[in-house]
Design a protein around this ligand. Structure first.
Ligand SMILES: Cc1cc2nc3c(=O)[nH]c(=O)nc-3n(C[C@H](O)[C@H](O)[C@H](O)COP(=O)(O)OP(=O)(O)OC[C@H]3O[C@@H](n4cnc5c(N)ncnc54)[C@H](O)[C@@H]3O)c2cc1C
Length: 410
């Protein structure tokens, strides 16, 4: 039995889900489309949650992906506040937590991920927060006035961005990172060192190589006990330790995957008429030496959405875009192109002391990625070097007087 039917049902109204619906209409897809999302709001941009929305510089209305009227104008049904709990691929039907059954012609799974939580004692106390959705940040902002001391667990982009905002708001911020440097999972050591010195200069206490034993407190957090027994007083704790991909209903339905659901270059899962895109989609990437990876970026969500939409609309499409990403901390704009994981050499271009420079990463002599700090021109021009896998003399790459585009082999 089913309560409703749509030619395309999109599960998840985040960046990927919204863009899939937009792209289907751009492809002149005339069938019915519904987005079923568990959050109460229409699709909004997630990156500002740890930046301008957290600081209060941008109101929620300014981070909507499209104005509220857009969806009805394009005949895209938004079913907000509904969580899909089961998929029946043979019957082409999803079921929501409230028991509604929704039939589909094609399913696009765009459910992203949920914030990973600490497993230690005290992880569920009041005052312990994650930063994944609007509700998380609204809750956190409500508690901010009563918090003078804040501990952030995790030195990835979200932890560092939150640290930058909160120390600027006058809070005493300590950031704890288990690895021996921040950004260890995504960037080379030189970039980590640069951001570490920036955060320290702005007053953040950084504790790399430090583990969390437990969160102290009775109902509400009062501090964080570290692995060595030290207790850091804290009225608020922010946990930024990654996500768990939201794929359980698809895996239970028989889709291949585990840490994400496996998709091919057309964003098709191993289940018929079921596609997956965005943070939850695991795909073989030429930019990662052929490894199967998930990318957590707006660009990946948008580009995979377009591929899925074109495939459903019967057009040729294959996902092969060069990955890119950005992060804003203080007055620093980091723009990254390519994936530096597995690099065997890094070249610093320009002087980090000027706070405008780039780092190029090479593997077997070829450029595979760039991190550009306040260096938009290198970001734009460097993309072609990554796309071409160009082999270039490191001494030339290191010379900031030579535009990167002039180094691209003819
Ligand atoms: C704080 C923060 C800052 C970021 N900053 C940047 C940045 O600067 N640059 C950048 O490129 N990327 C950034 N990202 C990453 C980027 O936001 C994500 O890569 C992007 O949102 C992924 O889009 P998505 O649609 O795959 O997933 P999401 O945007 O997470 O959307 C998935 C949606 O599906 C919903 N959902 C999950 N399960 C179900 C279910 N069973 N039923 C119904 N709905 C469900 C979720 O609640 C969510 O609304 C940031 C992310 C965060 C959290």
């Amino acid at each position: 039995m089913r309560d409703a039917y749509h030619d395309v049902v999109i599960v998840g109204g985040g960046h990927a889900g919204a863009q899939a619906a937009i792209a289907l209409r751009a492809e002149k897809f005339a069938g019915s489309i519904a987005i079923v999302g568990e959050e109460p709001d229409p699709p909004y941009e997630r990156p500002p949650l740890s930046k301008a929305y957290l600081s209060g510089a941008k109101a929620f209305e300014r981070i909507l992906i499209r104005p509220p009227a857009f969806w009805a104008e394009r005949d895209i049904k938004l079913r907000t506040g509904e969580r899909v709990v089961a998929v029946d691929a043979a019957a082409r039907r999803v079921t929501t937590a409230d028991g509604a059954a929704i039939g589909y012609g094609d399913l696009i799974w765009a459910a992203g991920g949920h914030a990973r939580r600490l497993a230690c004692a005290g992880h569920a106390l009041g005052g312990v927060h994650t930063v994944r959705n609007r509700a998380d940040v609204d809750r956190l902002v409500r508690e901010l006035p009563a918090a003078a001391e804040i501990v952030i667990v995790g030195g990835g982009y979200i932890g560092l961005e939150a640290a930058a905002v909160l120390v600027t708001l006058g809070k005493r911020v300590t950031l704890v990172e288990a690895q021996d440097r921040v950004l260890a999972r995504v960037a080379g050591a030189a970039l980590s060192r640069f951001f570490e010195s920036e955060h320290r200069a702005h007053g953040v206490t950084l504790l790399p190589g430090t583990t969390v034993d437990r969160i102290e407190g009775v109902e509400t957090a009062t501090g964080v006990r570290l692995g060595d027994g030290t207790i850091l007083p804290a009225q608020l704790v922010i946990v930024g330790i990654g996500i768990v991909p939201a794929v359980a209903p698809l895996i239970a339905a028989g889709a291949a995957g585990g840490n994400g659901v496996l998709v091919d270059a057309q964003c098709r899962t191993t289940l018929p008429h079921v596609h997956a895109i965005g943070d939850c989609a695991a795909h073989a990437s030429a930019w990662a030496d052929g490894a199967t990876i998930r990318l957590e970026s707006v660009q990946n969500a948008n580009d995979q959405a377009v591929v899925a939409a074109r495939t459903i609309a019967g057009r040729d499409a294959a996902y092969a875009a060069v990955p890119w990403f950005w992060s804003d901390q203080y007055d620093l704009k980091l723009q990254t192109v390519g994936l530096s994981t597995g690099h065997d050499a890094a070249v610093v271009r320009g002087d980090p002391a000027t706070r405008a420079f780039a780092i190029l990463y090479l593997r077997r002599g070829r450029v595979i990625a760039l991190d550009c700090i306040n260096a938009a021109r290198d970001f734009v021009q460097g993309k072609a070097l990554v796309a071409a896998g160009a082999a270039i003399d490191p001494a030339l790459l290191a010379d900031p007087t030579r535009p990167l585009k002039s180094l691209l082999p003819a």
